[in-house]
Design a protein around this ligand. Structure first.
Ligand code: GAP
Length: 535
């Protein structure tokens, strides 16, 4: 699987375009084209239907400690600034960056690796962006700096292993990843990832607000509203799909790290005593969701975080990761995080920002001994009307990215195989083997030839199916070529009206993956497609 081929297909077939492309594009922003918008909508729809509307709240699902309820929510992107102060994003949501004075490039401090190397009697610390072809980059940079040729590679004396730049205190002898001279990297500086804006006519700090960097906080601050309006008992999950914004320093890898993206988040509120069981349930449930939609076991892993990787408030976190083609062999990128957040979020919005350094998560105080950021003061605890027990619920958070999931489905679907063309000659076929549930177009309808009444019948079939699914009509060019175009678009079924149709009202239905063609009655088309999509 080659990322360049996937990116090129996405542009050519209208899955993804660079935002504002005619003006040179805007880094970290992407537009979904006609096929892409359908694919992403289907991904979100599958998530909503499987997690929220289609959830069976009457049964105890496999692996769950009990039945539970699910509700949805749609909150605003701009919320009261105090939300971000109490949640910790305002203080904490920053990265440390280093700038290169020479090349004007900016890097994440913790994503630059380097190694001490000696040549021509001088020792320097040469650096490269962490990840792909790191050592190759280090060697090239070193040879360039010392004005040596490839044949002198063996003259370089490497000292010690590759380490992160964060291990160095002084950058005087550091050669930046793209620099020609030493000492061009600045000291690390903080960079806030939240986009700032101004509400109303005031452009001063009184009107300052932020575009949300996650959808989760909208759920926490509405917990009581949802509980009171629906009269559910816990356990209760509240789900939201929506845009989030992060001023990422290094947006890269297509849509993987964007500055505007969509999240699909659930905050699941439960009794503290049952939270570990629910955590395990949600980890497994979410992993299975990706499997069920066609991501193979080899490319998908669940990675439990080590204790030292966990956020201060997190009792446990597991990432669901995918082997994206732009990652090095054996590396995976995060698709979704499932975290056990304890009562951190609800307490933060009740009491105020909590001190991440204190072991019992005490309220963070300012120099006057007052809360650094005051909470809402509202009681967000829950009283169980059966036991009369009152407690602050614990939260399990499965937090997925709609764009990352869509990208993973695209990467997983991309396949090249060899198939015979109309003349029986073997040709390379590009086929997007998307699960029929998320495929942008469910079926394409073709008349075999553009005469003998076939287009008329095919158009009737098309208009009838259009009432139920996203379908496509095509009568242009050789039928083999029309099949190929649909294979590239990921269309699972092609229905062809031919000479026999006019005699017995049957059509052929071709399966994209097996290439098998079967004859079915015209009036069975809808039910056949519906059944196959469900499988
Ligand atoms: N409320 C928890 C939270 O937001 P996160 O790990 O920062 O956690 C959750 O984000 C998911 O959102 C990620 O697993 C990823 O799928 C998606 N995501 C985060 N940052 C993203 C970005 N810059 N571009 C695309 N997707 C992103």
């Amino acid at each position: 699987m080659n990322m360049d081929s996937i990116v090129s297909l996405c542009k050519r077939r209208g899955f993804l375009f660079q935002s504002s492309e005619i003006y040179g594009g805007l880094q970290g922003f992407w537009d979904y084209g006609p096929l892409g918008v359908e694919l992403k909508r289907n991904v979100k729809e599958a998530w909503w239907s499987d997690m929220v509307n289609g959830h069976d709240d009457m049964s105890t699902l496999s692996g769950a400690p009990s039945p539970y309820s699910m509700e949805g929510l749609d909150c605003t992107i701009i919320m009261h600034p105090q939300v971000w102060k109490c949640s910790g994003h305002y203080d904490l949501f920053h990265d440390h960056m280093v700038d290169c004075r020479e090349t004007k490039k900016r890097y994440r401090y913790d994503q630059i690796n380097g190694r001490w190397v000696e040549a021509k009697g001088r020792k320097i610390f040469v650096t490269a962006p962490a990840g792909d072809e790191e050592q190759e980059h280090l060697t090239k940079q070193t040879l360039k700096f010392f004005k040596l040729r490839n044949k002198h590679i063996d003259d370089l004396k490497w000292d010690g292993p590759v380490v992160c730049l964060t291990n160095l205190e002084n950058f005087d002898e550091v050669l930046g990843p793209d620099a020609k001279s030493l000492g061009s990297l600045t000291e690390p500086r903080e960079f806030n990832l939240m986009f700032k804006t101004f509400v109303g006519a005031l452009s001063g700090e009184e009107g300052a607000a932020f575009l949300r960097p996650e959808t989760a906080q909208g759920i926490f601050v509405n917990f009581k509203n949802v509980l009171d309006s629906t009269r559910h008992r816990l356990p209760l999950g509240i789900a939201q799909i929506g845009k989030s914004f992060r001023n990422e320093i290094t947006p890269r890898n297509f849509t993987f790290r964007s500055r505007e993206f969509e999240q699909m988040e659930i905050e699941f509120f439960c009794h503290p005593d049952q939270s570990q069981e629910w955590y395990r349930y949600w980890r497994d449930r979410r992993l299975k969701w990706y499997h069920d939609l066609g991501i193979s076991g080899d490319n998908l892993i669940m990675r439990e975080h080590h204790q030292d990787e966990l956020a201060h408030y997190s009792i446990g976190t597991a990432d669901i990761e995918y082997a994206f083609p732009f990652m090095s062999e054996g590396e995976y990128g995060e698709l979704e995080g499932v975290s056990h957040r304890g009562d951190f979020d609800l307490r933060s919005h009740m009491e105020g920002k909590l001190d991440e350094k204190s072991t019992d998560l005490a309220l963070q105080l300012n120099a006057d001994g007052k809360p650094k950021w005051k909470g809402s003061g509202k009681d967000l605890s829950y009283r169980d009307d059966l036991t009369n027990e009152k407690y602050v619920p614990h939260v399990i958070e499965p937090s997925a990215g709609a764009d990352r999931a869509t990208l993973a489905f695209l990467c997983e679907a991309y396949t090249e195989d060899q198939q015979p063309d109309e003349k029986g000659k073997m040709q390379t076929r590009t086929v997007m083997k998307l699960h029929p549930r998320i495929a942008p177009i469910k079926a394409a309808i073709f008349p075999l030839v553009k005469k003998d009444g076939m287009p008329e019948v095919a158009k009737e079939v098309y208009l009838d199916l259009k009432k139920h699914f996203k379908v496509f009509y095509d009568e242009k060019g050789a039928v083999g070529r029309r099949y190929r175009r649909q294979d590239e678009a990921g269309t699972p079924y092609c229905i062809t009206v031919d000479g026999q149709t006019l005699e017995d009202q049957t059509v052929t239905i071709r399966d994209r993956d097996s290439l098998e063609q079967t004859r079915i009655k015209i009036d069975e088309c809808e039910s056949v497609i519906r059944d196959r999509i469900r499988q």
